[in-house]
Design a protein around this ligand. Structure first.
Ligand code: NAD
Length: 560
């Protein structure tokens, strides 16, 4: 692959400090009193959106409402707030209804600002608004009734703010300090666009995304009803967080469908179960399928989404390293059949990918290592990422969050650029097929082991990378140092690197070659490999002599 593909400018969200802070929340939440104190602490001006609107209109808000009505007021409010979004850093307190207005909210979200929801419980709010009964909002009304009606409508919208601060009865100075700390510590997730036109979407990478899933998905999905598909092991660990994150922003969870963990779930039987469960919830085309889990759940749920009602919106919440660096991006979905792996499937791009890196902390170490094989593959395709892997791979595998985040981001960037250039894998040479580096050998080994967990997909890919390097060297495509470099990297992260590392397993070279010929990537029954000249320069190769492949496999311990 060409190097300039790999060196595309990073589209990541940069954090610029100080940013404008926009406070949202119910009447009585303390937007003005906290806002003034926060502005003083951050040494930026404090502005109150309502006062700005009054100044612009030249009359009090009550009069704008009574003379021209609410719609007119909201138009003016949107104009004033949009103007303020283009000005220097400040703390801006917004009126209770400003963020609830779709146009104003979009203007705020499009600006480089941090939004903070000052969330108050009803008893706290009621105590705070006591004495404000003369306000137009409460005039001749029961404040408790007014506030709870407003809260029901607006809390799910306020939940789209970047930061949520729970306000309790404490000194305003104390709340202000908590807000300040949260603002200063806030790191928006990295956002990587996958520019596929109408089918384009963002990959978000960072810790804690599941707990704010609703906020992150609000603009990506057409509706507020979802079906979650997960596996039993992942659901026990991460489903409650996702559920809360979705419900906070007003998403209704129509059903939760759990499948058994492992490759066995990518079966016709589980596909049928999932599809029937979703259909029983009477979906319309606005209902989204949310996949929470590894590549198995993502492939299965994505295929169900692709086929129900000829296509439901779909979200990937990958929880394995393999799924975060590879399977969740690119839109390949599918299941296995008796004839082979991934033979039944569809291209169906997700509407969003939430790669919550905190979920990797619960992943069994062997699964983490298996996912690394796909990172190493991306490194070999990309170039600079390979050198980084050689230095930082062991730290990432030991759980270093910064190294893991880097690996996920760089892998997604590489995968996205390849997918965007060849979405449906139609390029005659190179293109998306390059992502199969190590997979021709890997798939054959995996199939021979029967997908029973004795050899994980990523482990098979790791051994495949070593064999692809050896084959490239034998064909004179790369220098002789490469096989050694690839093998020692795999060993450094604790992956099996060669066939003899799979103790207790014997493979027949003829059987492996027969499997490779039947691989869906083979063309007219001829073997097709991805080879490389160096990291960052891979290519597809047809017509590799079978005898050479057989000799290599025999030398690696296979029987005839
Ligand atoms: N669609 C694509 O482009 C693509 C690309 C590569 C691989 N794949 C597919 O991906 C599948 C492999 O995916 P995988 O390796 O993620 O396997 P997986 O989905 O089976 O997950 C591996 C195991 O880890 C558990 N697990 C997942 N997340 C966890 C977490 N955070 N904490 C604790 N346990 C957790 C699961 O329950 C499972 O037992 C294969 O079927 C492969 O074909 C698809």
């Amino acid at each position: 692959m060409s190097r300039n593909l790999a060196q595309q400018e990073s589209p990541l969200h940069e954090i610029s400090v100080p940013r404008t802070i926009v406070l949202v929340g119910m009447p009585g939440a303390g937007k003005t009193s906290i806002g003034k104190r926060l502005a003083a602490r951050l040494r930026v001006p404090f502005l109150d959106a309502d006062s700005e609107i009054e100044a612009a209109a030249g009359i009090p808000i009550t009069e704008i409402f009574s003379r021209y009505g609410e719609a007119h007021f909201r138009d003016g409010e949107r104009r004033v707030i949009t103007r303020l979004m283009g000005q220097g850093p400040m703390v801006l307190a917004t009126g209770g209804g400003a963020f609830a207005d779709a146009g104003t909210r979009a203007a705020i979200k499009a600006a480089p600002v941090t939004t903070v929801w000052l969330r108050c419980s009803m008893p706290v709010l009621l105590r705070r608004v006591a004495g404000r009964e003369h306000r137009p909002l409460f005039l001749n009304n029961d404040p408790a009734e007014v506030l709870s009606r407003l809260a029901q409508a607006r809390h799910p919208i306020f939940a789209e703010a970047d930061i949520v601060i729970d306000c309790v009865d404490e000194q305003p100075e104390t709340t202000t300090r908590r807000v300040e700390l949260a603002v200063l510590n806030h790191r928006p997730p990295a956002r990587l666009p996958v520019p596929l036109g109408r089918r384009g979407y963002d990959v978000l990478v960072g810790p804690g995304l599941l707990g704010r899933a609703g906020a992150h998905l609000a603009d990506a999905l057409p509706g507020r009803r979802v079906a979650i598909v997960s596996d039993e092991a992942v659901a026990a660990l991460h489903l409650p967080t996702l559920r809360a994150g979705l419900e906070e922003a007003g998403f209704a969870i129509a059903l939760e469908c759990l499948v058994p963990p492992g490759e066995g779930a990518k079966s016709m039987a589980q596909y049928q179960r999932v599809v029937e469960a979703i259909l029983a919830a009477r979906p319309d085309r606005r209902m989204a399928v949310v996949a929470l889990g590894g590549g198995v759940v993502g492939d299965l749920a994505g295929f169900a989404a692709a086929t129900i009602l000829r296509g439901l919106p779909f979200v990937q919440c990958p929880t394995t390293l393999l799924a975060q660096v590879d399977s969740s991006v690119g839109g390949k979905t599918g299941i296995n059949t008796a004839q082979g792996k991934n033979l039944l499937g569809a291209f169906h791009q997700p509407r969003a990918v939430l790669a919550d890196t905190a979920t990797l902390a619960t992943l069994p170490p062997r699964e983490l290592r298996a996912g690394w094989a796909e990172v190493a593959k991306h490194g070999l395709l990309q170039g600079a990422l390979w050198e980084w892997c050689e230095v930082h791979g062991p730290a990432a595998i030991a759980g270093d969050p910064a190294a893991l985040t880097h690996a996920v981001l760089e892998s997604c960037k590489l995968k996205s650029s390849v997918v965007v250039a060849d979405e449906f894998e139609e390029a005659p040479d190179g293109g998306r097929a390059l992502l199969n580096l190590g997979h021709t050998f890997g798939h054959a080994l995996e199939a021979e082991c029967g997908y029973d967990g004795t050899l994980l997909h990523g482990e098979a890919v790791g051994i495949g990378l070593g064999l692809a390097a050896m084959l490239s060297a034998r064909l004179g495509q790369c220098s002789q140092e490469w096989p050694g470099r690839v093998l020692s990297h795999l060993e450094s992260v604790g992956l099996p690197a060669r066939i003899p590392d799979l103790t207790g397993k014997t493979f027949s070279a003829a059987t492996l070659i027969a499997r490779m010929r039947a691989d869906k990537k083979a063309r007219d029954g001829a073997l097709r490999f991805v080879l490389f000249r160096q990291a960052g320069a891979a290519h597809t190769a047809d017509g590799v002599p079978e005898a050479l492949v057989e000799t290599l496999l025999r030398e690696e311990g296979c029987t005839p």
